[in-house]
Design a protein around this ligand. Structure first.
Ligand code: ADP
Ligand code: MG
Length: 257
């Protein structure tokens, strides 16, 4: 049975989408069958693997709101072994549209039952909020991977995220585990980066991934070419570190919950 991992942090710009795209691509490159689900209305994970948002017939909106079969929304990406469920701006209204629906937090979990067995990993790219879309992702997942940007105030807001995770564990998904905390956008030339690493490790201890994502120009460029880093520049530092992360995730085992 496939392992479902949500990439979540309600802060924007911390590297969620970059991690969702590149972790998915690296896992697929290592021979795993991977499904990347975009539930951010901005659809950056969708375009990041070369899917033209204008050309999608069915997106995650139809699955969550219209109860379309999730298999009808599957699209191939430009990486072998990697499929996606795209998001388009249509999803923007769904935080409100979901409110009066039945089992509003369980929609993604139920939809995934139709397809998760076809994959080794399902990676969900969450929007920058703790609303119903993120709740759907956490309820549908075996674990949550939390990207934390190496900057001042790195830990700010994380207690809110951890509270939400605890609530989901209590009420909606007893098995939700923390896959790990991923430090992102490290500028190794500054002392601040080192301080943040120490602070985050003190707080999360062995839950912090060994792999630390550096600030890397090629990683920032790749999305505008619609390519994961292993395709855009396989020899870059970014490609190397995201491959290391994929190995760590595989070593964590199929289901930690
Ligand atoms: P989020 O999904 O959390 O909002 P993104 O992954 O979209 O964050 O990253 C925010 C911006 O920073 C994007 O423009 C992205 O290309 C860039 N970025 C992310 N990670 C890196 C990195 N390690 N090095 C350089 N740029 C990065
Ligand atoms: Mg994003």
């Amino acid at each position: 049975m496939g392992k479902v991992i949500a990439i979540a942090n309600q802060k924007g710009g911390v590297g969620k989408t970059t991690t969702a795209v590149n972790l998915s691509a690296c896992l697929a490159d290592m021979g795993n069958k991977v499904l990347l689900i975009d539930i951010d209305p901005q659809g950056n994970a969708t375009s990041g693997i070369g899917i033209n948002k204008g050309e999608t017939n069915t997106c995650i909106y139809d699955v969550l709101i219209e109860e379309e079969n999730i298999n009808h929304a599957l699209m191939p990406s430009n990486i072998p072994n990697l499929d996606a469920i795209p998001a388009t701006i249509q999803l923007a209204g769904s935080e409100i549209e979901l409110v009066p629906t039945i089992s509003r937090e369980l929609r993604l979990r139920r939809a995934l039952e139709e397809t998760r067995d076809n994959y080794d990993y399902v990676i969900i790219d969450c929007p920058p909020s703790l609303g119903l879309l993120t709740l759907n992702a956490l309820t549908a997942s075996d674990s949550v991977l939390i990207p934390v940007q190496c900057e001042y105030y790195a830990l700010e807001g994380l207690s809110q995220l951890l509270n939400t995770i605890r609530l989901v564990q209590k009420r909606l998904n007893h098995n939700l585990a923390i896959e790990g905390v991923l430090l992102t956008m490290l500028d190794a030339r500054t002392n601040l980066g080192i301080q943040v690493i120490e602070e985050v490790k003190k707080y999360f201890q062995d839950k912090v991934f060994q792999s630390i994502i550096p600030r890397n120009v090629r990683l920032g460029e790749a999305p505008s070419h619609g390519e994961p880093i292993i395709k855009y520049d396989p020899r870059s530092k970014g490609a190397e570190v995201y491959s290391d992360l994929a190995k760590e995730v595989m070593e964590n085992g199929q289901r930690v919950g």
